[in-house]
Design a binder for this molecule. Sequence first.
Ligand code: ES4
Ligand code: ZN
Length: 325
Amino acid sequence: NISLDFIKGLPKAELHLHLEGTLEPDLKLKLAQKNKVDIGQETIEEIKASYQFDSLPSFLNIYYPAMNVLQEEEDFYELAMAYLRNAKEQGIKHAELFFDPQAHTTRGVSFETVVNGYHRAISESEELGITSELIMCFLRDMSAESAEKTLEEALPYKDKFIGVGLDSDEKGNPPSKFAHVFEKARAAGLKLTMHCDIDQENSIEHIRQVIEDIKVDRIDHGTNIVEDQKLVDYVKEHGIGLTSCPVSNGFVVDDMKGKEIIELLDQGVKVTVNSDDPAYFQSYISDDLFALATKYDMSQEQVVQLAKNSFEVSWITEEEKNRYL
Ligand code: ES4
Ligand code: ZN
């Protein structure tokens, strides 16, 4: 049997984590008081009780309004630093972290405030023994024009992030809607990844688009790919990684999708385990690995392979990978 301590001790990379999803109730309360933002709750217990949902839309309806407490550069810095300190305890050696600029610019916080705060934190992470990078996500339930505007605004800061991603509500918002802005991001030298959420409408068609049309470097979630062997063979041959989030899956579709994760692992696909929004799902990366390993009675070799995969499909250099593999 695998212990949580064994899992915490395994060197890991976190590749699917939304920085805004690391907002713990205590920091939310502190920032609300500092910035004089009325969040509708007055104690940590009340905030904890408010973090309740049973589907993706019900989650997103709590998640985005919570961000109102993030106002100043220092707030973004503090949020990311709190995550990085926790990451060290989880045995994370490298982290590629999503952030959602549109969730802030649409409520009057400047892009510069967001990116400078987050970037200051990640540039200090090496003092904790962790390397880290930022990935800028577009909100797919906003327009393609808004994504284009966001990219344009972000390009002067492109040395501060390594790639672009796509998150928020997938229903009715296929990857193809963002093909042009992703093409521009690639031309600017950025890496590409997109969410293909669990059990979405048109799931296989969306996965096909991200692979064949957008030509992403990685896929976030995407485990429905097991339904199409040709696509499985393609990601396997091209070393395209899948970033799975079992505890998050458990919340949004009531199934960790362990069967699919293990099936892909057994086929040699570079699938990884990650935490998604740990403050909301109350599970940091080692908890995700432990929950999965325990529920599906995984072998030590399988768990070690998941951890190795996380470095293999990360965007660190080959030389850095050799330190971990
Ligand atoms: C997310 Cl769980 C989930 N799904 C889609 N977008 C997201 N952004 C943050 N968490
Ligand atoms: Zn996600």
